[in-house]
Write a protein that binds this ligand. Sequence first.
Ligand SMILES: NC(=O)C1=CN([C@@H]2O[C@H](COP(=O)(O)OP(=O)(O)OC[C@H]3O[C@@H](n4cnc5c(N)ncnc54)[C@H](O)[C@@H]3O)[C@@H](O)[C@H]2O)C=CC1
Ligand SMILES: O=C(O)[C@@H]1CCC=N1
Length: 255
Amino acid sequence: MAKYGFIGTGNMAQAMIKGLLAQGVVPSDIAVASPTTAAKLAQAWGVQALSAQQVIQASDLTVLAFLPNQLADVTANLVFEDQLVVSVLAGVSVDQLVTATGSHQVVRTLPNVNVAINQGVTAFATTTLTVANQAIFHDFSTQLGTAIAVPEAQFAAFSAIAGSGPAYVFKFIAALAKAGVANGLADDLATTIATQTVLGSAQMLAASGQSAQVMQDTVASPGGSTRAGLDDFDQQGFDAVVAHAIRATVEHKHA
Ligand SMILES: NC(=O)C1=CN([C@@H]2O[C@H](COP(=O)(O)OP(=O)(O)OC[C@H]3O[C@@H](n4cnc5c(N)ncnc54)[C@H](O)[C@@H]3O)[C@@H](O)[C@H]2O)C=CC1
Ligand SMILES: O=C(O)[C@@H]1CCC=N1
């Protein structure tokens, strides 16, 4: 089994580690380095807490999982040689990764938090990897969900829809639940039914082979309450609100 390392152990690294452990990766095959939470993770999950340089040396694949603007500082005194480096740093290009690490075995990825339940959607772009490293990255990424090769020019759009997308879906669920409470439902019940409705609807859409537009019509009975609600969404400019927020996400400069 390949050994995996993480430099940085925040929300994204923890989501990835959870996903790997759920797939049966042995905790001792995962090494982590962080100035803050590595020791706690070692205690909670049985992974190894090491220095960043030790993580690189102990791993077949090292994930960079700190914030994008920390790239130069964190990598300044690290030696990667030609180790396989997988970055999750939003907005950081393959060229920037090669320059910062000195490695020519580099994968730029953009995952989402659903990797924690092995249902992530991850974009990737790579340097020319050795056949062995292609296999290591393929095993690593497919354990976490779906991995899609995406041109670097499209990473910002991918990040807005897939990377940030879970937050926007959570926001919609929170708004649905809040509206349910405003209309008389208990808080917990409103959250449970909003969550289950979004979960079931996504599965229903995926199974249907139909467009999301057509599926709206299967819910809206002629002259019924759903049509009244859909018309109100349109009058309030719902699609324009979503498009505006996605544009703000795409245009954000990370580092
Ligand atoms: N949270 C998400 O859903 C996604 C995050 N990302 C990327 O993941 C990366 C991490 O983001 P989050 O986990 O959300 O942030 P976070 O704030 O939860 O984690 C950042 C982590 O950086 C680490 N860190 C700080 N200083 C360090 C140092 N000197 N050396 C080593 N590690 C250090 C710490 O472990 C800290 O927990 C970012 O580059 C972000 O762009 C990418 C896609 C989705
Ligand atoms: O918020 C961020 O910057 C990262 C990128 C996509 C999701 N989280």
